[in-house]
Design a protein around this ligand. Sequence first.
Ligand code: C2E
Ligand code: MG
Ligand code: MG
Ligand code: MG
Length: 284
Amino acid sequence: TAKSRSKSNYAYYHASLSLKTETMLKLEQELKQGIANDEFFLVYQPQISCVQRNIVGVEALVRWKTQSGTIKNPGDFIPLSEETGLIIPLGEAILDMACSQAKKWEQAGTPIQISVNLSPKQFQSDDIVDYVAATLHRYNLSPTLLELEVTESMTMDHMDRSIDILNKFRDLGVSLSIDDFGTGHSSLSYLKEFPIQRLKIDRSFIKDIHSDAKTEKITSAIIAMGRHLNLSITAEGAETAEQVSYLEDHHCSDIQGFYFSKPLSPEEIEANYFMNKKNSSVSS
Ligand code: C2E
Ligand code: MG
Ligand code: MG
Ligand code: MG
């Protein structure tokens, strides 16, 4: 009967709910341990210029090597980190690792800009600008070698405050980009208010360039608009030669996608991109 069915659904629902809570609590505990034990590391995905086909930057992407040895992707732990506030210490560790790596590459004669993702809670925290400034200072890193990625959604809630923070970052000399562009609650008016240098077109657009005419039109319009505003345009997630040549034909600035490379270890970046490049700038 309907009644007994709904009753058993109810029981099932509760069992799975408490199971979920237990799993979350366990993960939260493991995250805390993992942060204390330095189990997180960064991989770097090359950004390749459309015209010259050289590496112009890398995006730092976090990975977690857990006690059991498995490597977890950010999708498995960034949301809970954000929810629990653990993203604050984790985000600091990520910024440290990225700046340390940028400094190593600068000192090796192969300076390259590293992009670091900021999470909403990090971006809204009171001392984010101070933390970035202190970290740059601690590594004696040229601010031009750091780019911070923010999303549309995380800036829309407190518009005035966001503009203020972005301007402070800008005053520090770091670069700023809008990540996953086109997917958030955006207002085009912020494009003229935000002191950003770059738009990163979300992978969901690039994926459908050749299968959906509207997506194709939107993508070419984003590129054109960005160029008119003197912004660099990075296409995320290009996987095929057709997508790459489309982006090239439409004057996209650079491409970050599996077609060129998956995220790599620092050693792999050096072996694949920095050979014979010592003492000559590798960024554009
Ligand atoms: P995102 O910032 O948009 O980063 C790009 C994601 O797309 C990366 O996934 C990258 O591996 C993936 N990707 C790049 N090219 C391709 C492609 O051609 N095909 C496919 N299928 N995927 C591609 P990843 O590393 O799993 O990161 C996912 C998201 O997690 C990131 O999206 C970002 O929002 C977040 N994230 C990653 N690292 C960090 C971090 O250090 N801090 C914070 N707060 N968030 C991070
Ligand atoms: Mg990103
Ligand atoms: Mg993105
Ligand atoms: Mg993202």
